[in-house]
Design a protein around this ligand. Structure first.
Ligand code: 6PG
Length: 508
């Protein structure tokens, strides 16, 4: 056996929950891994789990105690995967690899949720030392172990080396049905089906797409939480009753991972008290930043993403727990609405349709944002391929991602999902219930910011004449900012002395 064949295929840095599970997933798929973490206990734990889960008894994970040892264990040219926190740690690890003697043709893959602009900088910053490649991972710990969605981007040459590995470990979808192929046991591998991993584009593009994935994730989660709020406080349903409703919804067009886990969260009982655990969880939401980045980027790119932004605001509002306590004692609720059993059933149906429509709008916003960013940065993103990647493995996986895939396959240039015949039809079929659900919630005084932001988005987008004519008049009045006229070419700008009646309009 030559020296290179006995060596490890992949070096891995960072053995937290995601890292360890990615390592075991790679090992199941036949790769030998040299693994390193600053915390040696994590290295020991990964090796122990590998031995416990590996029926052959051969060690597939080789623990390393330094970066130098890590490099010495690897086949050349080296391939090193990082699963470390986004931010400064990525650069620290890169510098340590340089110190340990990494080569210019070696590849380092950042799998964290890095800010996309950092990734662009890093590719350039490290180009003389090694090839910096990125591949955001979605799917949480179970996804990492049994098949995540992967969003690789950067050097096309690096992708040719990474592709077979990523195709092996990624979640898979049946090409005929578009349904995920389940893989749930250690040692199990799936070789058939379409992998949820495809090249996204140049450096930064993959992390941008993952950022928007997370923005949609925020919106999707918030929409579900708003429905829960109406069912809990508007209809006074028990947690188990709400779980049953969500479980039914999960059988149809709302079939999604986030709906499925919401059912499980609602059904979970606290071991200490026996009550639903969700009722004991403090209503203050955390956030690590990717939803915020999406909202900021939507403002910078000039692409409306109000459902996503509203979902970020909802998390911020939740964090003002004490203030909300004070205001709840000060500000009056609306008059109480009492509903008959039939009316309650109607509200449940209306909410179902509201969720579906709000979700379609959140995806429409996310995809349009990626489209505009792609044009701005020349990424040439393929939206059918992105929708395909998101059909399984990732957190926003949902049955209707197949419909989004179909929409972009029908029309690769589709400007906005709302223009697709299928989605336009779904929205018009459900819009009446959507409006009634928002109206009901509003009359009950229950905030449904994301669901109603989607509705306003829908109404604004289908409004051929918005009131921005008055706004332009206001701007010209106080700041001589000029305006265009509907009866003249748009590039002709006009200004009027508003306070002097009869003064002619000047063309600027
Ligand atoms: C995923 C998740 C993952 C992570 C989020 C959570 O795709 O696997 O999105 O990336 O769970 O970063 O983000 P917040 O902590 O901001 O909710």
């Amino acid at each position: 056996m030559s020296e290179n064949t006995s060596k490890c295929d992949i070096g891995f840095v960072g053995l937290g929950v995601m890292g360890k599970n990615l390592v075991l997933n790679l090992a199941d798929n036949g790769y030998k891994i040299a693994a390193f973490d600053l915390d040696s206990e994590k290295v020991t734990a990964a090796m122990a789990q590998d031995v416990a889960e590996n029926a052959t008894g051969d060690a597939r994970v080789i623990g390393c105690s330094s970066y130098t040892e890590l490099l010495s264990q690897l086949k050349s040219p080296h391939l090193i995967v990082l699963s470390v926190p986004a931010g400064a740690v990525v650069d620290q690890v890169c510098q340590n690899l340089i110190g340990a003697g990494i080569h210019p043709d070696d590849i380092v893959i950042d799998t964290g949720n890095s800010l996309w602009t950092d990734t662009v900088e890093r590719e350039n910053k490290y180009k003389d030392n090694f090839i910096f490649f990125s591949s955001a991972v979605s799917g949480g710990e179970v996804g990492a172990r049994f098949g995540p969605a992967l969003m690789p981007s950067g050097s096309p040459y690096a992708w040719t080396r990474v592709k077979p590995i990523w195709s092996a470990i990624a979640a898979k979808v049946d090409a005929q049905t578009g349904k995920p192929i389940e893989r749930t046991k250690p040692g199990e591998i799936v070789t058939q089906g379409e992998p949820c991993a495809d090249y996204i584009g140049p450096a930064g593009a993959g992390h941008y797409v993952k950022m928007v994935h997370n923005g949609i994730e925020y919106a999707d989660m918030q929409i579900i939480c708003e429905a829960y709020h109406v069912l809990r406080d508007g209809l006074n349903l028990s947690t188990d009753e709400i779980a049953d409703i969500f479980a039914t919804w999960n059988q149809g067009v709302l079939d999604s991972y986030l709906m499925e886990i919401s059912v499980e969260v609602l059904r979970h009982k606290d071991s200490e008290t026996g009550t639903a655990l969700v009722d004991l969880i403090l209503d203050k939401a955390g956030q690590k930043g990717t939803g915020l980045w999406t909202a900021v980027s939507s403002l910078e790119v000039g692409c409306p993403a109000p459902t996503i932004s509203q979902a970020v605001y909802a998390r911020s509002i939740s964090s003002f727990k004490e203030l909300r306590g004070d205001t709840s004692r000060k500000l009056l609720p609306p008059e109480e609405v009492s509903l008959t059993e039939d009316e309650k059933k109607q509200v449940i149906e209306q909410l179902h349709d509201a969720l579906y429509c709000a979700k379609i709008c959140a995806y429409a916003q996310g995809f349009q944002l990626m489209k505009l960013a792609s044009l701005e940065h020349n990424w040439d993103l393929n939206f059918a391929s992105i929708a395909k990647i998101w059909r399984s493995g990732c957190i926003i996986r949902a049955a209707f991602l197949q419909s989004i895939t179909d929409a972009f396959e029908r029309n690769h240039k589709l400007e906005n999902l709302l223009l697709d015949d299928f989605f336009a039809g779904q929205l018009s079929d459900c819009q009446q219930n959507w409006r009634l659900a928002v109206a009901r919630a509003t009359m009950m005084g229950i905030p449904v910011g994301a669901i109603s932001a989607s509705l306003s988005y829908y109404d604004s987008m289908r409004c051929a004449v918005l009131p921005a004519n008055l706004l332009q008049g206001q701007r010209d009045f106080f700041g001589a900012h000029t305006f265009a006229r509907v009866d003249k070419p748009e590039n002709h700008k006009f200004h009027v002395e508003w306070t002097l009646p009869g003064r002619p309009i000047r063309k600027i």
